[in-house]
Design a protein around this ligand. Structure first.
Ligand code: ADP
Ligand code: MG
Length: 714
């Protein structure tokens, strides 16, 4: 074995395995790995979820008082944990179906009945007159007709003569079925110094000191072994700050790196371009659209690759903004690519953009996986030779062996960001294009500042005039027919409608998927034959071959289908202004943001539009959906969604034993902003973290970012 003392401490701590620690054998190591604790650092950052203040035993009279206080009326209230130090003043074993030992414990303040279950033989090791430490659950019980307080003993220890109770604040770790809280507490206590040494403490001390924080290692110790509950709270804040600092610094450095690259084409978009483009449109651009286009043009003129996210609610006209960007790129002499998540959407974009762009001299080519080989070859050749100025397709464009001709702008629709990997793929092809991502799923302020801190944001905060908000109702399953009546009424007026049936989810098992699909098809048969036998009903779902999918979609676009039964494949982007009713079956299965997206498929014209969310009859099932009925504001919905999801994540944490992050971007947002201010200042003063005192920090951020990238790409 090499001399570990001479190694880099970083290397040394990473070469230690969990089974090298005291009290961890292969068996426990395996169980820990199963709950996500695979390394020393994982173990060190498995923090208590709660603490018990066991510094002093509770006087028995106080325990009794607390129990009585909890009892409300005739209810006995919930049991709770207590500790006491008392004398055994009586003791007897009751032989019933389970062995039961009952004792009376007394201290100077009072007495209480204590019971032990399943501890036969206890009367031999314990006797009247002993002084004991006990830990147990206290509850109010009916005893011989009267209410009495009982302590059900979980642990006890006989105290020696004259021994003083030495208490502590006891950490309670997240537990799972296989690894209990006490097991984790034991191994952390047994290896305290080694674990403390593994604590990442690379954040410059000056930064911590300026915030009034102690060194991270001290905070770590206070988290696992606090002297007071208050010390644990203070330590938690410091560790959350450190966690946020890493996150914010990673983003700040990525931004600095992009600023320094300066390898994007400087596209000299003329001042007149916006007006010229606007003149070709059949409508006038909204103020929000104009501001977005102006910002994008300013970005294109710089050699720093644009990394902008355009957010705008469904129907806010993001496609026109994308078209303007493409015109700017074309005028600057570079090729553009537009990518959408599905072929349906990409085809729809191509169909919309061609008439807008062709009059300006921009030739568009669309490349699809469903094309025949010969056609694809021809398109590829035209892209490579520069015989087209815009390429439209799915993300396969990046992997499909396409060589671009001076690609300068990439627009991605319905996505939050152009990924680091996607960018790397293009760099390998010799391009450092400007990128514009567009999304109708708004990013709440909290996420914008954190997970997406490396992006620039543009918000289109107004809808084109003449839109009326979609009227939204939550309806119980048993009244579904009323939704279909609403459809019939609107179709009589020449309108069209969507019915969304349960999705075929990629993540669900094959049989679940099959049942989902069956459900959609069953609903289709039912709707077609029983509900609307006289109407034209179409069906589209993700399992259809893309040719068929497109045939159905284009019939719907042409108005040859009245009611389109679909899975969530129509979720994003599909634009049929004549469709005014959206009925979503089993709406409770979807996230709020997704429902808002689906709702956005209607209300795209000036006609009154409706969205009906059908959810099960059970009480409360539709409660979560009420927010959609209350507001059309995508941001409010996204923020609400994030909060619900965070609560869900926290609940999930309890089960999986270990949380990903200590801090919550919502609840600890103020702390995040402090960490971000410090991280931004550091990145500004030492953009490459090249100063000697930042070396350890740089290594750590590189590692954290590397792991993040692995997670993102897998
Ligand atoms: P989204 O932001 O959801 O992608 P689109 O770009 O698809 O929105 O636009 C929705 C509809 O609104 C399209 O039919 C588009 O032609 C129309 N539109 C876009 N901008 C305007 C505007 N300024 N005035 C009127 N209609 C507009
Ligand atoms: Mg769109």
């Amino acid at each position: 074995m090499p001399n570990v003392a001479t190694q880099d401490p970083e290397l040394r701590r990473r070469s230690l395995r969990l089974r090298d620690l005291h009290g961890i054998g292969p068996e426990l190591e395996r169980k820990l790995a199963e709950i996500g604790i695979a390394t020393i650092e994982d173990l060190a950052t498995t923090y208590p979820r709660d603490y018990k203040d066991w510094r002093k035993p509770t006087p028995i009279a106080e325990i009794v008082r607390r129990a009585l206080e909890r009892a409300v009326g005739s209810q006995t209230g919930e049991s709770f944990e207590e500790i006491a130090v008392a004398e055994v003043t009586s003791l007897r074993e009751i032989r019933a179906r389970v062995s039961l030992v009952s004792a009376e414990l007394s201290d100077a303040s009072g007495k209480i009945t204590a019971t032990w279950f399943g501890r036969c033989g206890l009367t031999r090791s314990l006797s009247v007159g002993d002084r004991v430490f006990v830990h147990g659950r206290v509850s109010l019980k009916r005893m011989r007709g009267a209410l009495g307080v009982e302590l059900n003993v979980l642990n006890h220890r006989r105290m020696k003569d004259g021994e003083d109770y030495v208490g502590a604040v006891v950490p309670v770790y997240p537990a799972t079925k296989d690894v209990g809280s006490r097991t984790i507490a034991k191994v952390i206590a047994a290896n305290f110094d080694v674990l403390a040494e593994s604590v990442a403490d690379e954040i410059p001390e000056a930064i911590l000191r300026a915030r009034g924080f102690p060194p991270l290692r001290d905070a770590w110790c206070d988290m696992h072994r606090p002297r007071t509950p208050e010390a644990a709270l203070a330590a938690r804040e410091v560790l959350i700050f450190a966690e946020f600092f890493d996150l914010a610094l990673g983003a700040a450095l990525r931004r600095v790196e992009r600023e320094q690259e300066r390898n994007a084409p400087e596209i000299m978009v003329a001042e007149t371009t916006l007006a010229e483009f606007a003149a070709t449109l059949p409508f006038s651009l909204t103020g929000g659209q104009r501001r977005a286009i102006a910002q994008i043009y300013a970005d294109l003129r710089r050699p720093v690759p644009m990394n902008r996210l355009l957010q705008g609610d469904v129907g806010s006209g993001k496609t026109s903004v994308a078209a303007a960007a493409i015109v700017g790129a074309y005028r600057g002499g570079v090729q553009s690519a537009l990518m959408a998540p599905t072929e349906i959407l990409a085809a729809q974009h191509a169909a919309k953009l061609v008439p807008l762009l062709l009059p300006l001299g921009i030739r568009t080519e669309a490349l699809f996986g469903s094309m025949g080989d010969a056609a694809r070859e021809r398109v590829r050749a035209r892209i490579a030779s520069g015989e087209c100025e815009l390429v439209v397709g799915t993300h396969a464009l990046l992997t499909d062996g396409v060589s671009f001709n001076n690609l300068g702008l990439v627009v991605i629709d319905e996505q939050h960001r152009f990924g680091v990997h996607q960018r790397a793929k293009l760099r390998a092809k010799g391009c450092a294009p400007h990128t514009l991502a567009m999304t109708a799923t708004p990013i709440p302020r909290t996420l914008a500042q954190t997970r997406f801190a490396d992006l620039d944001f543009t918000l289109i905060d107004e809808l084109p005039p003449g839109r009326t908000p979609v009227e939204t109702y939550v309806l119980r399953e048993s009244r579904k027919l009323r939704a279909y009546e609403l459809i019939r009424k609107n179709i009589a007026k020449g309108r069209q409608a969507y019915v969304i049936a349960p999705a075929i989810d990629d993540r669900s098992s094959k049989s679940e998927r099959d049942s989902g699909l069956t459900q959609a098809i069953e609903e289709y048969d039912y709707v077609r034959t029983e509900v609307f036998p006289d109407l034209r009903v179409g069906l589209v779902h993700g399992r259809l071959p893309s040719r068929e999918k497109e045939d159905v979609m284009s019939s719907f676009v042409r108005g040859e289908i009245d009611v389109l039964l679909a899975t969530t494949v129509v979720e994003v982007g599909v634009d049929v202004p004549n469709a005014v009713v959206m009925v979503i079956l089993d709406a409770h299965r979807y996230g709020l943001a997704q429902l808002h997206q689906l709702r956005g498929r209607v209300g795209r014209g000036s006609a009154r539009s409706y969205c009906v969310l059908v959810s099960p009859d059970e009480r409360g099932a539709g409660e979560r959906l009420d927010i959609l009925a209350r507001t059309n504001d995508g941001f409010a919905i996204a923020e609400h969604d994030l909060r619900l999801r965070h609560e869900g994540e926290l609940a999930g944490t309890e089960q999986s034993g270990r949380s990903q992050m200590l801090g919550s971007l919502i609840d600890d947002f103020a702390l995040y902003m402090k960490a971000k201010a410090d991280a931004d200042a550091l990145a500004a003063s030492d953009p490459n973290l090249s100063r000697p005192e930042h070396q350890a920090l740089r290594k750590r951020i590189e590692r954290v970012e590397g792991e993040r990238e692995i997670r993102v790409s897998s």
